[in-house]
Write a protein that binds this ligand. Structure first.
Ligand SMILES: Cc1cc2nc3c(=O)[nH]c(=O)nc-3n(C[C@H](O)[C@H](O)[C@H](O)COP(=O)(O)OP(=O)(O)OC[C@H]3O[C@@H](n4cnc5c(N)ncnc54)[C@H](O)[C@@H]3O)c2cc1C
Length: 318
């Protein structure tokens, strides 16, 4: 029997949707290994987050304390270690994201555990679970085995469906371990405030690349008309045209919306790695040989500055 500890990501007041996708992955592991899933919520004033997670049918441990208000890896990893030991977890799971990239490797080190990051699926037989993860910007899928007794994973939210609410589980508090000396301290969290939906959670994403020549107004106008999030290629980010939290791709965010519209984007493998899970891909590019057309469901060869306003008119029916 192998229990699974899910480390929740949240924004103090609400659970991040990515954690529900990670919960689904945790459930798949537990159902194969005959174990139970436990949730862990760390922070300050996070009672409602813990309740929200518990409503998805898991028992939740909550470490609600001012000393762990901010996700400092040095402190949080000690809390996760304690929780993992308390519930005899064989697996510690979290959604791939900047927070878990910071915290979980330390957790793995503290538990003497092997780690697989960005897991997109499981292989192996029964309780002998192997982990599938992309390499080389998704050109190769590796299937890896973790041979340590405790295993730590981050899972790609876009590759697992979101867990549905179930019979509410119990919420109980976890006393903090001795945090010792913490050599990092929190300075500031600058949250990006936008009227648009968050990139990784949006149903529609409209992204722009170098073909915009730095004028993102067609990208933004189309996004706003469709209630979509705005994304970008690294070329657009590196040029300083848009902030780097909009970058989609291998070194940016992974998205899998129902509809992904690529404007002036060539379709480099590193960009495609972050959006190829999208259900429908539409590409507008003036080069008929652009690689993006190889993965697009609908392709339009043309100048985005002409095509997008026409598309917008067609969408309003005017
Ligand atoms: C280690 C590494 C990691 C990387 N990580 C990422 C990543 O996370 N995300 C990412 O995006 N890239 C990443 N890259 C960069 C990637 O290799 C490409 O350079 C980048 O994606 C290209 O961006 P682009 O498509 O905007 O630009 P380009 O490749 O220059 O393409 C611009 C496209 O716009 C078209 N175009 C030009 N004018 C118009 C017009 N008026 N109307 C319509 N179409 C037009 C052109 O035909 C062309 O196809 C990474 C690279 C490396 C080496």
């Amino acid at each position: 029997m192998s229990n699974v500890l899910l480390v929740a990501e949240h924004l103090n007041q609400s659970l991040k949707k990515s954690s529900l996708h990670a919960l689904e992955a945790a459930r798949q592991i537990a159902s194969r290994s005959g174990g139970k899933v436990f949730g862990l919520v760390v922070g300050k004033g996070v009672g409602e987050v813990a309740n929200e997670l518990a409503r998805h049918g898991v028992e939740v441990l909550v470490a609600d304390d001012a000393r762990v208000e901010h996700p400092l890896a040095e402190a949080w990893s000690k809390v996760v270690e304690k929780a993992a030991k308390e519930v005899s977890a064989t697996y510690v799971v979290a959604a791939s994201g900047s927070q878990s990239k910071d915290v979980l490797p330390r957790v793995a080190a503290r538990l003497g555990a092997g780690m697989a990051s960005d897991v997109i699926g499981f292989g192996g037989e029964g309780a002998e679970i192997t982990f599938k993860r992309p390499m080389w910007a998704g050109s190769v899928i590796a299937e890896v085995e973790i041979t340590t007794p405790v295993k730590v994973l981050t899972v790609r939210p876009t590759d697992f469906s979101a867990a549905q609410p179930g019979e509410a589980g119990q919420v109980r508090s976890l006393e903090l371990p001795d945090l010792g000396t913490i050599r990092t301290h929190f300075v500031e969290f600058r949250q990006v405030k936008s009227e648009r939906p968050p990139l990784t959670e949006a149903r529609i994403v409209v992204s722009g690349g170098r073909g915009t020549r730095g004028d993102f107004s067609p990208v933004e106008a189309l996004a706003d008309q469709l209630g979509a999030a705005v994304g970008a290629t690294r070329a657009a980010v590196d040029a300083g045209w848009v902030p780097n939290d909009l970058q989609v791709g291998q070194t940016g965010k992974t998205v899998a919306p129902d509809l992904y519209i690529a404007l002036g984007i060539s379709g480099a493998i590193q960009h495609v790695a972050g959006m190829k899970g999208s259900k429908v891909i539409v590409a507008i590019n003036k080069d008929p040989d652009a690689p993006i057309f190889q993965i697009a469901d609908y392709g339009l060869v043309g100048d985005l500055f002409q095509v997008v306003p026409e598309l917008q008119k067609a969408l309003t029916g005017k």
